[in-house]
Write a protein that binds this ligand. Structure first.
Ligand code: DC
Length: 207
């Protein structure tokens, strides 16, 4: 079974994906970590995120385990990842990795922006997980504050809005819900509620 989980930044996709994978006995892949890993490789080498040749080379040998979670999750890495993600050749290189991952038994839950539309258009169930920008900014801010007590909510919100706009407006594989995706708005939900709702959607979709 393949479950596709797409949606904007900080909508709760990551936690939901890990819990769904545990519940259904599937492997899971945070595809954003692939783009972040390419970004972190370029940042470590002092390269510009617009350097397509360097980004494609990093994408062809991508391995998110090379970086600490703190490096991958840093706001600068997310920003560079969003720029790199607009490059078709980078996406093509990462598509090979993602499809190979999804094809291995017993199947997987993948989260990202284009899983239901491009990576796994034949996924058994597709979720598009979203939440209001205010709720998403607050969640991300609470996370960031642990490492950076000076983080400002307005800056986090502006950064999310910029990134979502870039991810949704690029020409190649823009972020959007697949026509057959089930919408899950987590604005008013805690993670346990979102998980229960997702399981109900998936079980109903599988009949
Ligand atoms: O989900 P995230 O914040 O870790 O993703 C980082 C960036 O990677 C995000 O701004 C867009 C890009 N991305 C993408 O374009 N396609 C995916 N399937 C996953 C992430």
């Amino acid at each position: 079974m393949i479950i596709a989980v797409d949606g904007p930044a900080a909508a709760g996709k990551g936690t939901l994906t890990r819990r769904l994978a545990g519940h259904y006995g599937l492997r899971c892949l945070d595809t954003g970590s692939l783009y972040r890993s390419v970004a972190a490789t370029l940042i470590a080498a002092g390269s510009d995120p617009q350097d397509t040749a360097a980004a494609v080379a990093a994408a062809e040998t991508v391995d998110p385990r090379r970086f600490a979670a703190s490096e991958l999750r840093a706001p600068g890495t997310g920003h560079a990842a969003s720029i790199i993600a607009a490059e078709p050749d980078v996406r093509a290189a990462l598509l090979i990795f993602q499809r190979a991952f999804a094809a291995r038994p017993p199947g997987a839950v993948l989260d990202g922006r284009d899983i239901g539309t491009v990576v796994c258009p034949d996924a058994d169930v597709k979720l598009f997980v979203t939440a209001s920008v205010g709720a998403r900014a607050e969640r991300r801010w609470l996370e960031l504050r642990e490492a950076d007590p000076g983080a400002q909510l307005e800056d986090v919100r502006a950064d999310l809005e910029r990134r979502d706009a870039r991810d949704a407006s690029r020409d190649t594989a823009p972020m959007r819900a697949a026509a057959d995706a089930h919408l899950l708005d987590t604005t008013e939900m805690d993670i346990d509620t979102a998980f229960r709702e997702a399981v109900a959607i998936i079980d109903a979709a599988r009949g």
